[in-house]
Design a protein around this ligand. Structure first.
Ligand code: ADP
Ligand code: ADP
Ligand code: SF4
Ligand code: SF4
Length: 611
């Protein structure tokens, strides 16, 4: 309903709502119901007793929001003019999406934003998998009406073609883990079936899938599944290609390869859309980007298109100038000069303590060998770890944590250290079962569940864990468990944090929050951290020093000693043949286009990281 230029939205999270476990506090407190003259909220017997809110009668007092013990209700007021741009609503009190990204022929459009703000919904509409109801779940508008709604924009002709069945589509879905349950066969069989362009073999070789040609899909790792799906989608002869989070599970080299292959698929008459949280990858592939903002699970608004560089910079600044929207209070700034880093043990390092050191080591795991150069870590230091999949990053971290005994050499602790670990693989069994998210967080650190505290605001709330308070690990998704594991490991008071791929499953906003927390924790608690990551912006943001592990994945790895970010990144990128520069406005690292002037110049000078 529209009130004084505002439109009210009442959304109920039906997964969180549990009428059997509450006493309908929401209905009992409603002042409209209490007058006896009207009804703003009532139990809907057709929906197993869950409530329905009538937005026309609701006065937006918010009492039900506060009263619900499960935080299942959301009431927001949005600018009235937005209502004309409503595109889809899932049910009467469901999530609502405003505006759509604009696909452009022969171009790649990127989407960024928090999870739950409608990125997948938007692409499903553009793929014709979901017919938009223009914000009214009670209606099924005709294609003519939908086309009319987008009159004057490129979406008009796009929907015309979609309605006429003229667009063939190909969609790389977000959750690659679901694939083995739905598809049967070997890598080769699946690729041959998908191959409409006669390029599957070539793509498979490019992505290292040729060695797995006869392997059953049920035996593939997350990264292998991801590459298989990307190759299958790229092999289709389609007009619209959508890649929903193509870089999850992939290492940096694979991310760059995938970005290049996606770039190659574009062409006249073809539309390509990419949803991605790794900003270096998104920046590299997209020409324009749309930022999705709003409240996760409640509503989402698609911003206007921006050029990739400006869009990502605006996103980091936390402000969208063309629509005057603030996304965040503070901007995210990267260091413009690596030299600005205080060298631990050196300048300003008098107060720092040496926590851990290790001699050169040899570590064996089955037939895999990891050679480690000597090194040390000081309080207040964050050491990033980069390297391909299967090169021994987890092995390295577990050895430092004392969980794996090296065959040669040793790790020395200078004082009794408490260690907090976020393992790479997370499964429900890793958590004590009958505890809720709230219990687990409280046990890790009571401050984490104290509203108003820094840990609560910056960690628990930013990761949306407050909304999952009453859930137990067994009824949480893989992504939710990852967030819980990251939050628990960071909430604990420890001297040393070992975080193995903390950004997996996190959206870009959450990644930036976690990165900030890691920096702040190591500063205020005088702790130290090792962080294994494939997201290079994340690594750049948090690391004082970097360990690169190179070699032959699955066979042998060589872990270099912790080195300055500039030197280690240079070594790593040289190995990949990729150069980065720094964006002058935000200081973020950006990939140079291969063969561009900067790429050639930096390579000639041996400066692979910033120029
Ligand atoms: P994103 O891709 O940005 O994470 P989605 O488009 O997947 O966001 O989902 C946005 C919101 O829409 C979700 O938080 C969820 O609440 C809601 N939603 C998604 N799919 C459905 C559905 N099939 N039925 C009801 N609600 C849905
Ligand atoms: P990364 O973290 O870089 O992906 P890992 O340290 O997990 O690499 O693994 C390095 C290599 O060691 C891989 O080839 C893996 O197959 C092997 N490996 C890991 N754990 C074991 C184990 N428990 N037994 C035998 N081999 C293992
Ligand atoms: Fe109970 Fe909250 Fe659902 Fe209302 S919204 S029925 S108070 S769980
Ligand atoms: Fe009733 Fe207020 Fe909730 Fe609206 S916001 S349903 S008026 S309690």
């Amino acid at each position: 309903m529209t009130v004084k230029g505002k439109v009210r939205l009442a959304v109920i999270d039906y997964e969180a709502c549990k009428p059997k476990k509450c006493s309908y506090e929401c209905i009992r407190v409603c002042p409209v119901n209490r007058t006896g003259k009207g009804k703003a909220i009532e139990a809907d017997m057709a929906a197993r007793g869950k409530p329905v809110i009538y937005e026309d009668a609701c006065i937006g007092c918010g009492l039900c929001v506060k009263a619900c013990p499960f935080k299942a209700i959301f009431i927001v007021n949005l600018p009235g003019e937005l209502e004309e741009e409503a595109v889809h609503r899932y049910g009467v009190n469901g999530f609502k999406l405003y505006r759509l990204p604009v696909p452009r022929e022969n171009s790649i459009v990127g989407l960024i934003g928090k999870n739950g703000t409608g990125k997948t919904t938007a692409v499903r509409i553009l793929l014709g998998e979901l017919k938009p109801n223009l914000g009214d779940p009670g209606r099924d508008p005709s294609w003519d009406e939908i086309i009319r709604r987008f009159r004057g924009s490129e979406l008009q002709s796009y929907f015309q073609k979609l309605a006429n069945g003229e667009l063939r589509t190909a969609h790389k879905i977000q959750y690659v883990d679901l694939v083995p349950r739905r598809l049967k066969g070997t890598v080769g069989q699946l690729l041959e079936r998908a191959d409409e362009r006669g390029v599957a073999r070539e793509l498979a070789a490019e992505l290292g899938l040729d060695k797995l040609w006869d392997r059953d899909v049920r035996k593939l790792s997350g990264g292998e599944l991801q590459k298989l799906l990307i190759a299958a989608v790229l092999s289709k002869d389609a007009d619209v290609y959508v890649f929903d989070e193509p870089s999850s599970y992939l290492d940096v080299r694979e991310r760059m390869r995938v970005a290049r292959l996606i770039n190659e698929v574009r062409g006249p008459g073809r539309y390509v859309i990419v949803i991605e949280h790794d900003l270096a990858v998104l920046d590299y592939v997209s020409e324009t980007v749309h930022i999705l903002y709003g409240e996760p699970g409640v509503y989402g608004v698609v911003s206007q298109p921006y050029g990739a560089r400006n869009g990502i910079n605006n996103f980091l600044e936390g402000y969208l100038p063309s629509e005057n929207i603030r996304l965040r209070k503070e901007p995210i700034r990267f260091r413009k000069k690596l030299e600005a880093l205080g060298a631990p043990g050196g300048e300003g390092g008098e107060k720092k303590r040496k926590y851990l050191s290790w001699t050169s080591m040899t570590v064996k795991r089955g037939s895999f060998t990891l050679k480690v150069e000597e090194g040390e870590i000081w309080s207040g230091e964050v050491i990033g770890i980069v390297g391909p999949n299967g090169i021994g990053k987890t092995t390295f971290v577990l050895t430092l944590a004392g969980k794996i005994e090296p065959a040669e050499g040793m790790v020395l602790e200078y004082e009794e250290l408490t260690v907090s670990i976020k393992p790479q693989q997370i499964s429900p069994e890793l958590f004590p079962q009958d505890y809720t998210v709230r219990d687990l967080l409280r046990a890790a650190n009571p401050e984490a569940v104290t509203p108003g505290s820094w840990l609560y605001l910056e960690l628990v709330k930013k990761l949306g864990l407050d909304r999952l308070y009453d859930r137990t690990p067994r009824d949480m998704s893989g992504g939710e468990l990852q967030k819980l594991a990251v939050a628990l490991s960071l909430a604990r008071e420890a001297d040393l944090y070992l975080l193995d791929e903390p950004s997996a499953y996190l959206d870009v906003e959450e990644r930036l929050s976690v990165a900030r927390i890691i920096r702040r924790l190591t500063e205020t608690r005088e702790a130290a951290a090792f962080v294994v990551e494939h997201d290079l912006l994340f690594i750049d943001y948090i690391s004082d020093k970097l360990v690169t592990i190179l070699g032959n994945p699955g066979i042998e790895g060589h872990a270099h000693k912790p080195d300055s970010l500039a030197r280690a990144m240079n070594r790593f990128l040289k190995e990949l043949g990729v150069t980065f520069r720094r964006d002058p406005q935000t200081g973020r690292p950006r990939v140079n286009k291969p063969g561009s002037y900067l790429d050639r110049m930096q390579k000639a000078k041996g400066e692979y990281y910033f120029g």
